[in-house]
Design a protein around this ligand. Structure first.
Ligand code: FES
Length: 289
């Protein structure tokens, strides 16, 4: 059973059929009455607001959680700016709000927002998977689990609930194919621009400021140089999945892949798939990268 966010076996190429999205949440202490209810904006950029209840933890820690500013992994000019924008929006609409915590999440969505659930191709029916919950994991994950359980214990189709058959049946319509083609074009553009950009900056590069990272070219190969907690490191900036050139995430100090959303720590350790291998840590050349 593969329940790994992105499907870690390449059979079925599901990493090309889903997009990895990162989004942000910030919790706040706010003066006065806290609004009741949960809200989601209908327009962009997304704003999602919910109060913190006593069941969530001590009420004096935070009273409000605001989320939003999602974007495809590795395709943002500045993730830190996305968080700063969320905070600025909140303090404008909730004067006196003070940040208590911030965090982010990674979700996968299919081109038509319906999860993929079922048997993995070329797995002889022995490997099942579920992915693409599109931020609705609280409902889509149990639904996927019920569908997979029904498959495994052999509940006949006609005895399953209607939704159970819908969630595991791929209906491909022209609009979905068009969305898939657009995403494919964006992936192809990111694949090319990463290599071109890396080509334009040669090592050695000056050691980046704290929390920053740059990609440069060493003997024709992209190398990622970053400084985190006072340590400047160099790693291969080529994703170990299918060779995407990684981009620095300045909110979380990670190397993120703009192609299929793998992520790596500054020392090259893998954080998220579909990549299965760490990045190679490289010696630094000269005084810096
Ligand atoms: S995740 Fe596929 S190339 Fe990086």
């Amino acid at each position: 059973m593969l329940a790994t966010g992105s499907v870690i076996l390449d059979r079925g190429l599901y990493f090309t059929k889903t997009s990895g999205m990162r989004s942000y949440c910030v919790s706040f202490r706010v003066p006065g009455e806290v609004l009741e209810g949960t809200f989601l904006s209908v327009d962009g950029p997304t704003r999602s607001i919910r109060p913190v209840s006593a069941a969530d933890g001590p009420a004096d820690t935070a009273q409000l959680v605001v989320g939003g500013n999602g974007h495809p992994v590795g395709r943002s000019d500045s993730e830190a700016a996305a968080v700063a924008d969320l905070i600025a929006w909140t303090t404008e609409h909730f004067p006196g709000a003070e940040e208590t915590h911030r965090w982010s999440a990674q979700d996968y969505e299919s081109h038509n927002q319906i999860p993929f659930v079922g048997a993995l191709p070329r797995g002889l029916g022995a490997i099942r998977f579920a992915t693409g919950y599109a931020k609705w994991g609280l409902s889509n994950a149990p639904a996927a689990a019920l569908r997979l359980t029904a498959e495994i214990i052999g509940v006949p189709w006609r005895e399953r609930s209607g939704w159970m058959n819908t969630i595991g049946t791929r209906l491909t319509i022209p609009a979905d194919l068009a969305k898939g083609a657009v995403e494919g074009a964006k992936v192809a553009a990111a694949a090319t621009s990463g290599w071109v950009e890396a080509e334009s900056r040669k090592v050695p590069v000056p050691a980046p400021d704290e929390g920053e990272g740059v990609v440069a070219n060493r003997a024709g190969l992209p190398v990622g140089v970053s400084t985190v907690d006072g340590v400047t490191r160099a790693v291969s900036a080529v994703c170990t999945h299918l060779g995407g050139v990684l981009a620095w995430n300045d909110a979380e100090c990670t190397w993120d892949c703009p192609l299929h959303a793998s992520r790596f720590a500054p020392d090259g350790r893998r954080i998220e798939g579909p990549a299965l291998e760490d990045l190679k840590e490289l010696p630094r050349s000269g005084r810096a990268g």
